[in-house]
Write a protein that binds this ligand. Structure first.
Ligand SMILES: Nc1nc2c(ncn2[C@@H]2O[C@H](COP(=O)(O)OP(=O)(O)OP(=O)(O)O)[C@@H](O)[C@H]2O)c(=O)[nH]1
Ligand SMILES: [Mg+2]
Length: 267
């Protein structure tokens, strides 16, 4: 075959409009601190890149095994934090815990300082700062919303459950994002079996109910961080969870995408 024509990806087009809207947003919003957390390799950095439509981290080679706390700052007041992964290395997990303001794991090296890498639009390299824990705490980056990335084929084991228990004691605005891995060439989903997905969801629900009570329903959604499928649902759930002025930004992002995507797709 000489030519292989593929239709454009709607998910990619939509992601492009997120960054466009954030760049032209007409007014400042209340500060929104959005955190990405989850197990090492679950897809935190890939999702932040896909969501923000720009390969911020890839360009500097920081995407694999994030060790610093990476912060993307948008002039309108949105801050996105990509944190070190949990459940692989206890020291890395303690960095994650410090970033989110939760208790560190005892009996393992305690973190006393950290590196915050700030990425800003149009800057090729991040600005890195070494901060003591108290200096970091004084910056008051309280999470408004947390995307908890989960690779369901890896299940939700004891370490994950312990981490989630600790997280929920401090923060309740958590969206559980199942990253449905796809083959990068074909875009076809693989790995996670229905039973894995069910089992992981059940384990999460148990911990969630135990810490927050039976009335609190966990918000679990499926996305593919690589292709961007499911991101519209993620934005919608973010709007529902944040509500008020902060939630409005997500609503406007969805509306902007809905307005612009059909024309761009046809073109
Ligand atoms: N094949 C495939 N690879 C994916 C997909 N999503 C993410 N990946 C890859 O999985 C690897 C890990 O993803 P990352 O986004 O770096 O994971 P992370 O959660 O940021 O990991 P840490 O920073 O180490 O905690 C990367 O090499 C991604 O390219 C997918 O849908 N399909
Ligand atoms: Mg990462």
């Amino acid at each position: 075959m000489y030519f292989q024509l593929k239709p454009p990806s709607i998910a990619k087009i939509r992601a492009k409009f997120i960054i466009e809207k954030l760049g032209n947003y007409p007014r400042n919003i209340d500060n929104i601190n959005l955190f990405f957390t989850g197990r090492t390799g679950a897809g935190k950095t890939t999702l932040s890149n896909r969501l923000l439509g720009s390969d911020y981290f890839l360009s500097t080679g920081h995407q694999d095994c994030t060790k610093e706390i990476n912060l993307i700052e948008f002039p309108i007041g949105l801050k996105c934090f990509d944190t070190p992964g949990v459940c692989s290395d206890e020291l890395l997990e303690n960095y994650n815990r410090v970033a989110l303001g939760i208790n560190q794991i005892e009996d393992c090296p305690i973190v006393e300082d950290l590196t915050l890498a700030r990425y800003r639009e149009n800057c090729s390299a991040p600005q890195e700062e070494n901060l003591s824990i108290s200096e970091f705490v004084n910056l008051e980056f309280q999470p408004d919303l947390i995307y908890y990335l989960i690779a369901p084929e890896k299940l939700f084991t004891r370490g994950d459950r312990q981490y989630l228990r600790d997280l929920l004691k401090f923060h309740q605005n958590v969206i559980y994002v199942f990253n449905m891995f796809v083959n990068k060439q074909t875009g076809v989903s693989y790995f996670a079996k229905e039973a894995n997905i069910q089992d992981t969801a059940t384990q999460i629900s148990k911990v969630h109910h135990k810490v927050l009570g039976q009335h609190s329903q966990p918000v679990i959604i499926g996305v593919n961080c690589f292709t961007g499928e499911g991101i519209s649902d993620l934005l919608h759930q973010s709007y529902m969870m944040l509500k008020g002025n902060k939630g409005k930004l997500f609503k406007e992002l969805i509306q902007y995408q809905q307005q612009k995507t059909p024309d761009e797709y046809v073109n």
